[in-house]
Design a binder for this molecule. Structure first.
Ligand SMILES: [Zn+2]
Length: 84
């Protein structure tokens, strides 16, 4: 015989996204970002001086455009053929 008790399950819902560069509060509705946002999370590996650290940040679309404009070589841009 088994007896179960109800437990309260904690779920995380995205509430707020702020651009790390300019501080703009991005539009978030029902846990979904409703405007252009570049989300990055990168774990540096053994060969890096940052080994063992995970860097993460968000950029609004304007700050993303300004950032990549500073690159010496343009970023590679491809068209998405199929949307999931
Ligand atoms: Zn920004």
């Amino acid at each position: 015989m088994r007896k179960y008790e109800k437990t309260v399950r904690e779920e995380e819902t995205l509430r707020e996204v702020i651009c790390n560069q300019c501080g703009k509060k991005l539009k978030v509705e029902d846990g979904i970002v409703k405007e252009g946002c570049f989300q990055a999370e990168y774990a540096f590996d053994y060969f890096s001086e940052k080994d063992g650290y995970i860097y993460s940040f968000d950029l609004c679309e304007r700050c993303f455009d300004l950032w990549i404009k500073e690159f010496q070589y343009p970023v590679r841009i491809r068209e998405v053929k199929e949307f999931m």
